[in-house]
Design a protein around this ligand. Structure first.
Ligand SMILES: NC(=O)c1ccc[n+]([C@@H]2O[C@H](COP(=O)([O-])OP(=O)(O)OC[C@H]3O[C@@H](n4cnc5c(N)ncnc54)[C@H](OP(=O)(O)O)[C@@H]3O)[C@@H](O)[C@H]2O)c1
Length: 333
């Protein structure tokens, strides 16, 4: 198969490229060359999708399948569909579960209501906090309208695994590997779901090979956050004492949910439980094969160790912050 990956040097795209190369496919990728280089044997077309006519170097080229992961802009997606769509045999667009209008209700699936599309804009547009989801709705529309009979639209939620740049899932195996008293959210009712990037990439290459089409949430089974954390701790295997603290006390201590500095990653407020509890069955029935939590946790830990467990993180608490929060909570109890 002749495969083109638009954005094939990053986390998701790079994993798709490696999976396809390993299966013996002929792979081309586009990127500016800022994030990294593709593996040997892959043709790298250097271009900036913000430049007018950026994809012209590929106009006229024929591909059995195209995968577009550089998805932060509706104009990028529209140009790709216009320039490359007519000669592409199959088209994968990597979207996001942030396209759904309702972030709170569990069990949603591709038929659920979407946000209002935001056309002709990038996801950084106008300081609109929903722009990321809305631009992806517009981009999905573009792909389905023009290439619906060949289009595979995948909406992942939390993606983990080697190459992860967000530092969220990886916080937990890295934290458990240090042992000791681990601050955790006491929210037994909170759902969470994730997909390992290697399983997502394998599914995307499968779809391109077999011609699978349709729109799917690219998610694994939803589970309780508490079970996820216990499963990760068991996979890491270092003795820990989990100190589970109610949400209101974490908030009082200035700990943020989900992501970013001074956060407990993956902890969500109830207003966002829907984002972490989509119905995984359609994707599983369509061939997505999530690996075990044990394997996903060890893959994330290996990646964390390669980056350095002591590095400043984009998401999570530093050891000093965690100690200070534990001390403060003990004093006030
Ligand atoms: N990470 C998650 O948990 C998550 C969850 C849900 C959905 N997603 C979706 O998954 C998709 C891929 O995410 P990712 O984490 O793989 O992103 P990433 O690691 O940032 O990779 C982005 C790719 O696009 C290329 N690129 C960026 N700007 C470009 C430009 N101006 N012109 C040409 N190429 C450009 C990058 O290469 P250069 O920088 O070298 O150009 C790189 O190859 C995104 O659409 C995201 O919405 C991710």
């Amino acid at each position: 198969m002749r495969l083109l990956v638009l954005g094939g040097t990053g986390f998701v795209g790079g994993t798709v490229v490696r999976e396809a190369v390993q299966r013996g496919h002929e792979v081309t990728c586009t990127a500016r060359g800022v994030t990294g280089e593709p593996p040997g044997g892959v043709r790298h077309v250097r271009l900036d999708r913000d430049d007018p006519g950026a994809l012209e170097p590929l106009a006229g080229a024929e591909f059995d399948a195209v995968v577009d992961v550089a998805a932060g802009s509706h104009p990028w997606v529209a140009e790709a569909v216009r320039t490359l769509g007519p000669r592409a045999g199959h088209w994968t667009y990597v979207s996001t579960v942030n396209v759904y209008a309702d972030t709170a209700t569990p069990g949603q699936s591709p038929g659920s209501e979407l946000r209002t599309p935001l056309y002709d804009a990038a996801n950084t547009a106008n300081g609109d906090p929903d722009a990321y989801g809305r631009v992806n709705v517009a981009s999905e529309d573009e792909v389905r309208d023009k290439l619906g009979d060949r289009a595979f639209v995948v909406r992942p939620g939390l993606i983990t695994g080697p190459g992860d740049t967000m530092d969220r899932f990886g916080y937990w195996p890295a934290r458990f590997a240090r042992g000791g008293r681990v601050l955790a959210p006491d929210t037994p009712e909170q759902p969470i779901q994730y997909i390992d990037v290697r399983d997502l990439a394998a599914w995307i290459v499968d779809a391109a090979t077999t011609g699978r089409t349709g729109t799917f949430d690219g998610v694994g089974q939803s589970m309780a956050l508490r079970d996820l954390l216990e499963g990760i701790a068991a996979a890491v295997g270092v003795p820990v004492e989990m100190v589970a603290v109610p949400a209101k006390d974490l908030e009082r201590a200035g700990v943020n949910p989900w992501s970013g500095p001074r956060s407990l990653p993956l902890w969500l407020p109830p207003s966002h439980y829907g984002l972490a509890s989509h119905d995984a069955r359609p994707a599983l029935e369509a061939g997505l094969r999530p690996r075990s939590l044990h394997d996903a946790a060890l893959g994330a830990l290996e990646h964390e160790r390669a980056l350095g467990l002591d590095r400043p993180r984009q998401a999570g608490l530093s050891p000093e912050e965690e100690r200070a929060v534990l001390k403060m909570l003990e004093r006030s109890s």
